[in-house]
Design a protein around this ligand. Structure first.
Ligand SMILES: [Zn+2]
Length: 857
């Protein structure tokens, strides 16, 4: 039965009162020194404020003008209780002094002291106990995402302070009372319930639940609002989609999936949905898949609205995304990290829950295959690099929080959590999670707080386990030895970095006998473990280590499995084998790139599982473009194209056909293949059973353009004329110069990215960079690399959290040349004191380049 959290309110109130009483009489001994005024949100400042401030509330009145060139005017009142008024109070505000127009502290006008990204309130104007500060200003535009007829906030991790002055740290939760005055015809949404609208176009919201500043959110603009009752709960969706087929096909699923996710989470956690209301907004080209604002989740519109051309993979990804964001209402929004060093906790639980709530049964083979193909390749993509970071990282200043995000948080952490659940058992693990949510509801907690609770539910040594899995990066390399005389299989692990660490974990081993396979679970808790062979069955023909994919590390692949991939009938065993083959290839341990490509080519005619087709063709395309020399590519292209086209035709279903078609489009190099693609694009007639949408035809036109296909009339302007949706038209308009056949025009496009204004649509910029640095364009694009690296720090300061990694990946992701590798090395050598997190991001993005340099030369 779900528990309603409010009944614990009385107890929480008593504890708070006790704490306040103690702190009302500060002494010099127990009050820390006031921290210095420095840019960003320093940990020292955050801790000082946590000790001296409480009961924070914001009242915010914003006036959004019709023209996006005019400033958004703000009237803000901040109330808070102070336990020590002998020091100035620092409000975080990253803007310009000229934006601040007036300041009243406790009713008295005060001089504006603005420095180092802080509005500093003098101690002399502050009282012990309750204070109210009134500020009138022009709100900052940086994170308001202002477009001609809509805007939306995206304030994670420390961007609330770019809009108005706030205490921008996750453990000073506050209520927000918002009033928005907007141009006529605009619709609005915020964290809390609508309270009313007056004649002057002002929409008033009731005070929000108590939330962290990074979760404060609103959107306003020309949106359509759709309201549905789902299991007795009203839900609103704001969107700008115009494609009637997409709307018709997607709307029921969007609402249903949210309802299912809420029901699952209430049941798993034992806690009823803990906030006032539950709405969501679909934003065109939203920076991420979604963002879990309390009561108002934002989504990338294209992730929600799918049409009849959607693949099973896209449908699953949407379901997973909705599950992820909904799970955050408990994991992150209800219980929040104390500080952003633990941001990974909310992400791992969101992913973990999203995986669990998949209705195809959480323990079923489809869910397992999805877990394996989603998380392992992505985790290894970072953990195998010299820039690998641990799951838990230190963070001294919130201005660097964005660089903590990445594959390790999103993909290694769920693997770790699943291994933790295996170690503890499902029931004790869930009991621990429930206890953690109850204890810290509407508050904040750290990972050590959670580990302490879990530790009490298991006899296992979680401290040691935590040290290797969470506090350090890296992975083990496995090996095995069949010992028929002793009737056992010996499995050994060593750390890839040659340290003496071991990763305690559980996975399956399949022993393949002539009479059939036998699968055994093994608990690899030591450096070396011996597994007894089945009595009376003789010696296995070969061994498949990690046949169910849940083991973490590099696993050897027995030659019979690599040579006869089609003989592996279990889709999960195949996925695990593809992943292991690719990891070994990159490490120079197993097959060379060309040998592996040949195995995969043969396998395309046999692989029929959609998730595996995606994995296999993704690896195949990566090997083709990055690990073959250009001359090898040209020679191989006709064979590869033919194999993929045949594989497409051999599939009985449209979704699987489309995956092979996309792979064909990705590798198409011969003129014949390009002619075929051009014919499909021109006639808008997809081959066989494949269904192609407008977005697919746009991608096809872009693929032709980057190949300089000699079409009678240039394809991109024609494609532009076909698109009716204004947001999608603008995207293509932005991309066109990046794909120009003229080098000078591409140079100009790249130069334009040095201006922050031209990088505002980060999703567009990353797509443009992908084309600009396409392997076929690298001879003339390599020269952009030094300037691209020089821009990185500025990009971190001006862009959203995923942008530095996205920028680097889209720029460096497919290079293989020695010159490109040298550019990166020289940059690193020339910047010995570079921001360590950014340095890691660079080493991560350049890892394939360094490996390609070795493997292809
Ligand atoms: Zn998330």
């Amino acid at each position: 039965m779900p528990v309603n959290y409010r009944k614990y309110g009385a107890l929480g109130g008593l504890l708070l009162a006790a704490a306040c009483q103690r702190a009302t009489y500060p002494t010099a001994a127990n009050t820390p020194a006031a921290p210095p005024v420095v840019p960003g949100v320093a940990r020292e400042l955050a801790e000082f404020r946590k000790q001296t401030l409480s009961r924070v509330a914001y009242d915010l009145r914003l006036t959004v003008p019709a023209s996006k060139a005019d400033p958004v005017r703000a009237e803000e009142t901040i109330s808070f209780r102070l336990r020590d008024n002998r020091h100035p109070v620092q409000l975080d505000f990253k803007g310009q002094a000229r934006q601040l127009h007036g300041l009243l502290i406790n009713g008295q006008p005060a001089a504006i002291d603005y420095r180092q990204e802080h509005l500093v309130l003098p101690a002399s104007a502050l009282r012990l106990g309750d204070n109210a500060v009134k500020i009138s200003l022009d709100a900052g535009d940086l994170s308001l995402n202002r477009n001609a007829d809509y805007l939306y906030t995206l304030l994670v991790p420390d961007r609330a302070r770019t809009v108005v002055p706030v205490f921008d740290q996750p453990n000073l939760k506050a209520t927000f009372a918002l009033a928005l005055t907007v141009p006529p015809g605009w619709k609005t949404v915020a964290n809390s319930r609508w309270a009313g609208t007056d004649s002057s176009q002002t929409v008033q919201y009731v005070p929000s639940d108590s939330i962290s500043t990074y979760l404060f959110s609103f959107a306003a603009g020309k949106f359509r609002r759709v309201t549905q009752q789902v299991q007795g709960r009203p839900m609103n969706l704001l969107h700008r989609e115009t494609d009637s087929a997409k709307i018709r096909l997607s709307m029921p699923a969007i609402f249903r999936l949210h309802g299912e996710a809420l029901a699952f989470l209430e049941n798993y956690t034992g806690i009823s949905y803990p906030f006032q209301k539950f709405d969501f907004t679909a934003i065109p080209d939203f920076q991420y898949g979604g963002m879990e604002h309390v009561g108002n989740i934002d989504y990338k519109a294209a992730s929600l609205f799918l049409d009849e051309g959607a693949t099973k993979d896209q449908l699953l990804a949407r379901q997973n995304l909705i599950g992820h964001e909904t799970a955050h209402m408990w994991f992150g929004d209800l219980v929040t990290m104390q500080w952003f060093n633990d941001v990974w906790m909310k992400e791992v639980f969101a992913n973990f829950m999203a995986d669990k709530m998949n209705p195809e049964a959480s323990a079923g083979p489809a869910q397992l295959l999805k877990f394996v193909t989603d998380h392992y390749p992505a985790a290894y993509a970072v953990d195998r690099t010299a820039g690998a970071n641990p799951i838990r990282q230190p963070l001294d200043n919130l201005q660097d929080a964005g660089s903590l995000y990445g594959n390790i948080i999103y993909h290694k952490a769920p693997i770790m959590m699943r291994q933790l659940e295996l170690l503890m058992g499902e029931k004790p693990f869930r009991a621990g999670i429930q206890e953690y949510l109850k204890r810290y509801a509407h508050g904040n907690a750290t990972w050590p707080d959670l580990i302490a609770i879990l530790d009490a539910h298991t006899p296992a040594d979680l401290a040691a386990w935590n040290q290797v899995w969470v506090n350090q990066p890296g992975r083990p390399v496995f090996d095995y030895e069949l010992q028929p005389a002793a009737s056992q299989l010996v499995i050994r692990q060593r750390a890839e970095d040659n340290s003496d660490r071991i990763w305690p974990q559980q996975f399956d081993v399949t022993l393949v006998y002539p009479s059939g396979p036998v699968t055994l679970p093994v608990n690899v808790s030591q450096r070396e473990v011996a597994v007894p062979l089945a009595p009376g069955k003789g010696t296995p023909s070969y061994v498949l280590l990690n046949s169910q994919g849940l083991g973490y590390g590099v696993f050897p692949v027995a030659p019979p499995a690599a040579d006869h991939l089609a003989s592996l009938t279990d889709p999960v065993a195949r996925a695990s084998t593809y992943i292991a083959l690719y990891e070994n290839m990159l490490g120079g341990r197993g097959l060379a790139p060309r040998q592996l490509l040949d195995r995969y080519l043969l396998q395309t005619t046999h692989e029929t599982n959609d998730l595996n087709i995606k994995l296999l063709t993704g690896q195949l395309s990566a090997i083709f473009w990055q690990f073959l020399k250009p001359a090898e590519r040209d020679a191989l292209a006709p064979t590869l194209e033919k194999a993929l086209w045949q594989a497409m035709l051999a599939q009985p279903k449209p979704g699987e056909q489309k995956l092979y078609f996309k792979a064909y489009q990705s590798v198409a190099l011969s003129l014949e293949a390009q002619k075929r693609l051009h014919g499909i694009w021109r006639s808008q007639r997809a081959p066989a059973l494949v269904k192609l949408t407008e977005d697919d035809y746009t991608a096809l036109a872009l693929a032709l353009a980057v190949r300089d296909y000699p079409a009678p009339r240039p394809v991109l302007p024609q494609q532009l004329a076909r698109i009716t949706n204004v947001d999608r038209r603008q995207r293509l308009e932005f991309l066109i110069p990046a794909l120009s056949p003229e080098v000078a025009e591409r140079d100009q496009f790249f130069a334009s990215l040095k201006d922050e204004k031209n990088r505002e649509k980060e999703a567009w910029v990353q797509a443009a960079l992908g084309y600009l640095h396409h392997p076929l364009r690298q001879a003339t694009s390599e020269k952009y690399l030094p300037a691209s690296l020089d821009l990185l720090q500025e990009i971190q300061q001006t862009g959203d959290i995923f942008f530095p990694a996205g920028w680097l990946q889209a720029t460096l992701g497919t290079y293989q040349s020695a010159t490109a590798a040298r550019t990166v090395r020289e940059f690193l050598a020339a910047h010995p004191t570079y921001n360590p997190q950014l340095r890691n991001k660079l080493l991560q993005a350049a890892d394939d380049l360094f490996r390609a340099e070795k493997l292809t030369h």
